[in-house]
Ligand binder design. Structure first.
Ligand code: FUC
Length: 825
């Protein structure tokens, strides 16, 4: 029967595996060949590989998260302090170009503009005589975090499986044949590093060791060590030159261990050889099956927390590359679910406690000189990487970022002092593994000093979701330091007395009216970030009952920040003066930071600003780079416009070159282009925001459900602010049918829903809600009334009907809500 089914499926051109149509798999009917963006990523947050699935020459392109060029270094420019007053004077006089020139001379670093994340090398397996093959199939199973390749050659079916073990910190590859003695191949290491050596030793082990590159005057001192040890069943194994040769085996397992001497951003005294050896030794003693089971169990602990089902139309019968190409013109909601979960997969694989945070490419990079150094761009990209972390129930994956922020607070303290004579800490628009905090690249990008301020909000977010006061206590110094910097750095604007950041940028954008210069004072985004930095420091001090005087001083300063302004085109102004160009389609729309990830702009609290934000979104248009589309999904979700958000998902889920702007590669990596992982994470965050939001005073279910997904769907495991977990939410025809909400911390649960609901008998009381949410985690700071241009006739937008309830919850209890009878129609 099985055989019959197999033949039948082959006949109709569908692989046996293809019948698992809506499974959480990326799968293909051809190898990656030479295209890196066809290969499939595996990783355990420390080691990672891109699996090509090539038949004759299989490639595992290897990465290790701490293999960066350079060595501990700083890049402050001490000349800034002496030039600051003059630069500010020029900006206030409107002499932006002159200010820019002076910033380039005196403020931008003369040292490193950031180091590069570099690849380790490749593990290559050569199978001679396998040029002709049939029945080819490869997949990445994101439910198990395992890549697999299967093909038939000379009547033998070959199978390869590969994973990056979470518990064992090694990559494991198993090769097998369905007939004894049919497995023969050569294993080699290759590497692009200048300083490296490759050897075969012990008859079954390959060793690659080397030192990462020098870059921009900083000597490369990160040493690395990769070991690949092979175990075979049957046949022979031995060394041949610098390779290992396997002949006539039944199966083989390869254990790959990689380590560096990196200990921390200021310490590279580790022993990479000993570490690599110790991971390998422990793993080598274990069987493949045992390691595989432990790997899956650990991975699923994270991945399994969220389940999503958006319905299926059978489109999953197509291989992933074809499915991607067809997506725009097909009804394929389960592809959205797959892409959503892929974002979570990528975060789990690239960001593990104790490791480095996900960089511009996560942890996957093949280039010695990657785009933008594959480092940390902290004027949106790094933050975006972590937008899905808390709400998709992966708070542990947030920890590497939170650790980096603590380290930046250390390096950035010296930068604040040396460059600006200010207290607290500061970081500009980029950082790297050495936690540089000085300004890089040029005034257009680098003078922006809100990178640290924005990042610090992630500490606060981690607290809002967990309610962990001990954690808040440990993070308080960092929040306080971020605020202390602005308390010193802000300067009174001579025209209106507002306290502004000067110099600053609205990241990377420059109005023509400012001589095309991006240098400015009091950009809207800077004002919004300072507002949040002050507000979180104030609230943390209240919660922890400390530093009252400091908090009061911040309140006084906060009152003097500029209000948001609505300009003559009905837009939210990007700058202090009304100089936005409604035809400007720049990918950064930084001033909408206030709409997302911040909630200063709200459908319910700030109707004019909400309407202005929409005008800005429309004026900027949809076409953009990968990450910018990802941000737009979140913004349209906050605008409660699910159809527009979905349109952006369609744009993003389009093969590169079909649309203008970015798209998606065959392996579902986001294309800026080139590959940049933020777009993946941004879109996963955006899809969450379409289904559930909790940043605007309530847990809001289905705030932006698009028509394409409204018929039916289910999601379980999302986290909301205040320790609520949204379980088993089911919807039909745009209405929430039922949902279970577990309260981890107790307190008032305010629920906003598109239809009337009842609470299942016996589990508590459901009241119609009004006024402010008494739950402290949902407390919202009032912002100043916006200033509205006389030329703009802004009218508040009609917000969709919703129902607002309060339930007093008890810690650890779950509450079941059902659709009310009169909402069934
Ligand atoms: C910022 C963006 C670019 C790119 C780079 C890594 O400079 O403006 O689009 O994402 O970061």
């Amino acid at each position: 029967m099985k055989k019959y089914l197999f033949n039948y499926l082959l006949l109709v051109g569908i692989s046996l595996y293809g019948q698992d149509k809506d499974g959480l798999k990326l799968w293909y009917q051809s190898p990656s060949d030479k295209v890196w963006e066809n290969a499939l990523p595996i990783g355990n947050g420390f080691q990672a590989a891109m699996v090509y699935g090539n038949v004759e020459k299989e490639i595992f392109q290897l990465n290790e998260g701490t293999l960066w060029s350079g060595s501990p270094n700083r890049n402050d420019n001490p000349d800034a302090k002496g030039a600051l007053e003059e630069i500010r004077g020029l900006i206030f006089k409107g002499e932006y170009s002159k200010a820019e020139k002076m910033i380039n001379d005196k403020v931008i670093t003369r040292k490193s503009h950031g180091q590069m994340f570099q690849p380790v090398g490749n593990l290559e397996l050569s199978f001679s005589g396998q040029g002709q093959y049939t029945d080819y199939y490869r997949e990445l199973d994101i439910e198990k975090a395992i890549a697999k390749t299967v093909y038939k050659c000379n009547g033998v079916t070959y199978t390869r499986e590969a994973f990056a073990s979470f518990p064992d910190r090694v990559l494991v590859i198993r090769l097998s044949a369905d007939q004894p003695g049919k497995l023969s191949f050569m294993a080699d290491f290759t590497s692009q590093h200048k300083k490296q050596s490759i050897q075969a030793s012990d008859g079954n082990t390959l060793l690659l060791s080397g030192v990462a590159g020098n870059h921009e005057g900083v000597q490369g001192k990160v040493r690395f060590n990769a070991l690949a040890s092979l175990k075979t069943q049957g046949g022979t194994i031995g060394k041949e030159g610098n390779s290992i040769k396997i002949e006539n085996a039944d199966s083989a397992v390869i254990y790959v261990s990689i380590a560096t001497n990196f200990v921390s951003y200021k310490d590279i005294s580790g022993d990479e050889a000993r570490l690599a050896e110790s991971y390998l030794e422990k793993a080598y003693a274990k069987s493949f099956e045992k390691m595989k089971a432990a790997h899956i169990a650990r991975y699923q602990k994270f991945f399994g927390r969220v389940r999503i089902d958006l319905g299926s139309t059978g489109a999953g019968r197509l291989p992933t590359d074809q499915r991607l190409a067809a997506f725009r013109n097909a009804q394929d909601p389960s592809f959205v679910a797959l892409y959503y979960q892929y974002g979570r997969y990528l975060l789990i694989c690239s960001s593990q406690p104790g490791g480095q945070p996900a960089n511009l490419q996560g942890i996957w990079n093949q280039n010695m000189r990657p785009a933008w150094d594959s480092k940390y761009t902290i004027n949106v990209n790094t933050e975006m990487n972590y937008w899905p972390a808390e709400k998709t129930n992966l708070p542990e994956m947030h920890l590497p970022l939170l650790k980096m922020i603590g380290e930046l607070a250390q390096t950035g303290e010296e930068t604040a002092k040396t460059m600006y004579g200010a207290k607290g800490w500061v970081a500009h628009h980029n950082t790297d593994i050495w936690r540089i905090s000085g300004p890089v690249d040029g005034a257009t990008w680098g003078v922006w000093n809100a990178g640290g301020g924005w990042l610090s909000q992630h500490l606060w977010e981690h607290y809002l979701y967990s309610g962990d006061k001990k954690y808040l206590e440990s993070a308080y110094g960092i929040l306080k330091g971020a605020a202390a910097f602005y308390a010193d750095f802000l300067v009174s604007h001579p025209d209106n007395g507002w306290l502004v950041v000067a110099p600053g940028n609205s990241p990377e954008n420059a109005p023509r009216a400012h001589q095309g210069s991006a240098v400015t004072a009091g950009s809207t985004m800077d004002n919004q970030i300072v507002f949040d930095v002050f507000s979180t420091a104030i609230r943390a001090s209240e919660i922890l009952g400390k530093d009252k005087k400091f908090a009061d001083s911040l309140r006084t300063l906060r009152d003097r920040l500029p209000p948001m302004q609505i300009g003559k085109h009905g837009q939210l102004q990007e700058w202090l003066d009304d100089v936005d160009d409604p035809k400007d389609n720049h990918r950064h729309i930084s001033h909408l930071y206030g709409l997302y990830p911040s909630s200063q702009i709200s459908a319910y609290r700030t109707p004019e600003l909400f309407a202005a934000a929409k005008n800005t979104l429309l004026q900027r248009g949809d076409v953009s780079t990968g990450w910018s589309m990802g941000w737009k999904v979140n913004w349209w979700a906050k605008m409660q416009d699910g159809n527009h958000a979905y349109k952006l998902i369609e744009n993003q889920l389009t093969p590169l070159g079909v649309n203008e702007g970015g798209g998606t590669y065959n392996n579902l990596f986001d294309a800026h282009p080139p590959f940049q992982i933020d777009g993946n994470f941004g879109c996963t965050s955006g899809i969450t925001e379409m289904l559930m939001q909790s940043s605007d005073g309530a847990v809001h279910l289905l705030p932006a459900l698009p028509d394409a997904l409204s018929g039916y769907g289910e999601i379980s495991g999302l986290k909301a602010i205040g320790g609520f977990e949204i379980k088993n939410m089911k919807w039909e025809n745009g209405k929430v049918q039922s949902v279970v909400i577990r309260s981890d911390l107790g307190g008032n649960l305010r629920l906003r829903v598109p239809n009337e609901m009842i609470l299942k008998k016996g589990s508590g009381k459901l009241k119609k809600a009004s006024g402010a949410n008494p739950n402290g985690f949902y407390m919202i700071e009032d912002i100043k009334k916006p200033l509205i241009s006389e030329q703009s006739d802004i009218t508040p937008l009609q917000v969709k009907t919703s129902y607002l309830y309060d339930v007093m919850t008890a810690k650890g209890q779950s509450y079941t809500f059902l659709i009310a009878n009169n909402s069934l129609r």
